[in-house]
Ligand binder design. Sequence first.
Ligand SMILES: [Zn+2]
Length: 169
Amino acid sequence: MVQQVKVYSTPICPWCKKTKQFLDKNGIPYQSFDVASDKAALDEMVSSSKQLSVPVVDINGDILVGFDEEWLRQKLNLPQEEKKVEAIKTPANKCTSGTCAQMDEIKQAVAALRMSKYKCNVCGYVYDPELGDPDRGVKPGTPFDETPDDWVCPVCGSAKSKFDRIEEV
Ligand SMILES: [Zn+2]
C-alpha cells in the first residue's frame, strides 16, 4: 500500500526539522506544507489535528502532533530501534507559542480563519460568525465549522456542504 505522508510545519521549528530529517534519512517521500505562509494548508492542519502546534504528520489520515520517532517507525513499517537511554518521546517535542516565533502569526491567521464568512452557493446567503444564527440556536461568535452538522441555510435550506468560505480581500 502506498503511503501518503504529509508534514505541516514552519520553517524555523526545530521539531519540524527533526521530523523531516527522520523521513529523509529513511527515504520516505512526503509532501511538505509551510503553515506559516500557506493558509489553505494551515486550515487543513487545524481541521485534521484540531490544534495549532507543529509539526503535524499525516500518514494516510492518521495524525501525529509533534515528533515521535516510535510512532513514525510503527506507521511507516520501519524497524523499531534498540531502546535508547534517552527517552524517545519527550513532552516538549512540538512547537507551541513561545518556542516558535511564527506561532503568534499562525494563531492570528487561525483566528481570522475561524471568523471567516461563508456563502451559500445556492441562494447567496452569507453566514457571518459574528452574528451566528440565533433563530436556529447558533450563538453569535460561532465559527462556521462549529455550527451543528445539521444546520442548513436559513434562506434556502441547503446543507453546510453547499457553503464556501469567502476569502477576505
Ligand atoms: Zn441558501
